[in-house]
Each structure stands twice: as structure tokens, then as C-alpha cells.
Ligand binder design. Sequence first.
Ligand code: KG4
Ligand code: ZN
Length: 342
Amino acid sequence: MRVLGIETSCDETGIAIYEAKRGLLSEALYSQVEIHADYGGVVPELASRDHVRKTIPLISQVIDNSGLTKGDIDGVAYTLGPGLMGALFVGATVGRSLALAWQVPAIGVHHMEGHLLAPMLEQSPPEFPFIALLVSGGHTQLVKVEGIGRYQILGESLDDAAGEAFDKAAKMLGLDYPGGPVIANLAQKGDSNRYTFPRPMVDRPGLDFSFSGLKTYCLNTAHAAKNEEGQIDEQTKADIACAFQDAVVDTLVIKCRRALKQEGLHRLVIAGGVSANLLLRQRLKEGLKKVRGEVFYARPEFCTDNGAMIAYAGYRRLAAGQSDGLALKVRPRWPLEELASL
Ligand code: KG4
Ligand code: ZN
């Protein structure tokens, strides 16, 4: 079985073909980052329009590069939600229509399930059950995963998502969007002893997160560090980036360890854009030794949005006999726990 995957939920157009026997055959990603850069965040209408321009040419390119023809595709998977309504509609409309024209089944995939399953595209995939830390621009969740579609949310952010906090902290320091990779880069030059930021909610029981207090702390620190011209010197920016990243990473590690302990599990999957963060990977490796925890993640380009994760998640569901009807719909909000199990 060969499945074409289409991701258009936010600001990347991601297309891929996954085959049951050989795995990933071809994939391509077009990022809209430059279009949104001047605005410091994603502008939904600009995102939709650009997906309209890019989706079909990118599908043709991916099919050509795979050495297949459209007649070789056995199913189409597209992101149904959560995400930006207009952006989702582009992928859903193209995906559903192609499936109809090619007379193959189609399935709408949950974007976060795509992220969650992305580590299964790697050499040594995790076995069920495991705890998943989903950390993206819109979500921060700890999920107990017993199988595909068998998800129990153990904790989540009560306010900003971890990625969103990175993006906002970057904005406060006058850095580019998306802020996560920029902060991570700059933090390498930072002095970790200069500032210590709070670790939110770690002294309270439970597995929920909150990043808004940390964000305010960052804003106040940045404000206090400004010179008379309202500028922050480069070294201070790096020191703040370092303290901020440290606090977010520490908080995530503490909660992951707590979740594994609470559920008596030893496997942790990290997924979503923030799971590309090298400090997070390194600190988890060290921090989970006590609970004999093993960490699984996707290669960096499959941590952020991509078509491969949608092709793979769609393949798993189509191969199990699931598919969606002809009605065209999207789910901008879609709780993970509502998904059907395989
Ligand atoms: O999963 P993703 O590509 O899109 C959503 O589904 O939201 O995640 C994007 C988020 C952004 O907030 C970005 O700043 C963050 O992931 N991110 C990172 C890193 N790479 C991307 N955060 C921290 N460290 C990184 N290396
Ligand atoms: Zn995502």
C-alpha cells in the first residue's frame, strides 16, 4: 500500500509518500517562514493563499521523485485538524478531490497524532505503551499511549504552549520567528550563571504546565536589561536565551519523569517542533536515568511540521480499514482523545 500524505495545517506545506514495504519513498517541504517573518507570527489568510499556490506543484514533484505515477497511489491522507481553518481546507480539499479522482480511499489525519507517530519512521521505533510529550507551537501535552488512537491526556498547558513561549520570548529579545531554533542557537553563547528563571508549577503535584509566568519573567528581565536607547546587548540576549531555555527544558524534564513514574512506564516519546531541541534531548537522557527511562524522537526535520508524519499516520489507519467519506470538512479544534482506536 502506498499513501500520499498532505500537511497544510499551519505555515508549512508538507507532502510525502509512504509505502508499506519500503517506508518513506519521497517527501518535500515548503516553509512559509519568510512570508510571515515581518509579522512575528503566522498570518492565517497569507498561509491559506500560499498553500493554494504550493500544494499541487509539490504533490507533482513528490510523485515524480518517488519514481511512481499517480496510478500507483493507493490512498490519500491529509491533515484534518487541529490547525488554521483556511490552511486546513486547502489540504483537505486537494486530498479529498485527488482521492475521488483516483478512486482510492482518503483519510483525515489528526496533526498531533502525526507528530506522535513520527518517531516510528526511525530505525528503532518505540513499542506501545509509552508516554508521549507533545510539544509544538500550539500544544504541550503529556499523553499515555497504549496504541494508535488509544490516548489519555495526563497533563497539558493551562496557558501558552512550550513552542509558543519560545516564540514570544524571541520576540521580546527582538529575534526572528520561529523563536525556538533561534533561542536554542543563541543560548549556546550564553552564560548559564547570569540569570536563573523560575521553573513553573514544578512544586505542585500533577502533570499540567503553565508558561505564562515564565514569559512575564522573561519580559521583565529583558526590560530591565535595556540600555538608555532601549537596546539589549548581544551577550545579555544570549544570557537571557540561555536562562529561558534552561527553565523550559527543566520543567519539561521534571514533568516527563513524574509521568513515567506515575504510570509505571519506561518509554518516553517526544514529538512536535520543540522536540528538535538538543538541550531537551540531552537533559532527558540524563534526567530519566533514575526511572530507567528511554527517550525516542524523530530526526529534526520530522519533529517540526512535515508531510511524512501525515502519510505514515494515514497509512496506519487506512491499512486498518479506516477511511473518511466524501463530505469535505476540517476540525480546527479536535481533542486527541476523540480519535478512534485501531
Ligand atoms: O510542530 P511544529 O512545527 O508546528 C506546530 O504544530 O505548532 O512546532 C513549531 C514550534 C515553534 O513554536 C518553534 O519555535 C518550536 O516548535 N521549535 C523549537 C525548536 N525548533 C522548533 N523550540 C525549541 N527548540 C527548537 N530547536
Ligand atoms: Zn505541528
